[in-house]
Design a protein around this ligand. Sequence first.
Ligand code: G3P
Ligand code: CA
Length: 220
Amino acid sequence: MLRIGHRGAAGHAPENTLASVEKAISLGADLVEVDVQRTSDGHLVIIHDKRVDRTTNGAGLVSGMSLRALRELDAGAGQRIPTVEELLQAANGRVGLILELKIKGLAEQVCKSVHLSGFTGQVIYASFMHDEVRSIREADPQAMTMALFGRLSNDPVMAAQNAKATHIGFRYITVTKSLVETCHQRGLVAFAYTVNDQQDIKNVMSLGVDGIVSDFPDRL
Ligand code: G3P
Ligand code: CA
C-alpha cells in the first residue's frame, strides 16, 4: 500500500510548499500529492484554493495574478508558492508525484512541463474534472491518471473507465471493500483520501485500498 503525503505533508508544514514536500520525503512518503493551477501570465503553480487568501498573506485570485506577484506572497513559514518546474526539480529521483489539476485546460501544459523536466519518477495526473483526466490521456497515452470522486456517482468505476483513468480516488468515508474489489476486477488502482485519524487509517487499510492520502504520511 502506497503512503501518500497530502499537499506535501500538510499536517507538519505549510501545505503545497517545497518545505511540505521535503517533509513528506523525510517521513518516507511513496508519493506526494499537490494541487496545480495557472497564473495570469501562464505559469503553472502549486496552490489549492482558487484564491490566495487562506494560505498566504495576500488576497486575490490565482488566475488573476502574475507569477511575480504570487512569488511575493508568504505561503507560510516564509515559504513561497512553488512553480511546477521547481517542484519537479526538487522531487526528481526522490519521490513520486500526484499532480491534481484544479482548473480546466491544464492537461497539455502540465504533461509538457513534466516531460521537459526529465522527471524520472512516477507521476499520476488527477482531477475531479473527468474531462481533464481524459485530456491527459489524449496528451500522453502512457500517462497514469486518476479520476477523483467526492460524492459517489451511480457507477464511479464505470465513470473512471469512461475517463480512461488508470486510478480512482475515493473520499475515504465513501470507500467499501466491494467497491475496491470492483476496481481491481476492472484493472483500476484504488486510493482513498484524506485520512488523518489513526483508527480511520486502520479501517480504510482493511478495505484493501492500494494507497492512502494523508496530511500525516508518517501515520500510514
Ligand atoms: O488526493 C485528493 C485530494 O487532494 C482531493 O481533495 O480538496 O484536498 O484537493 P483536496
Ligand atoms: Ca488535492
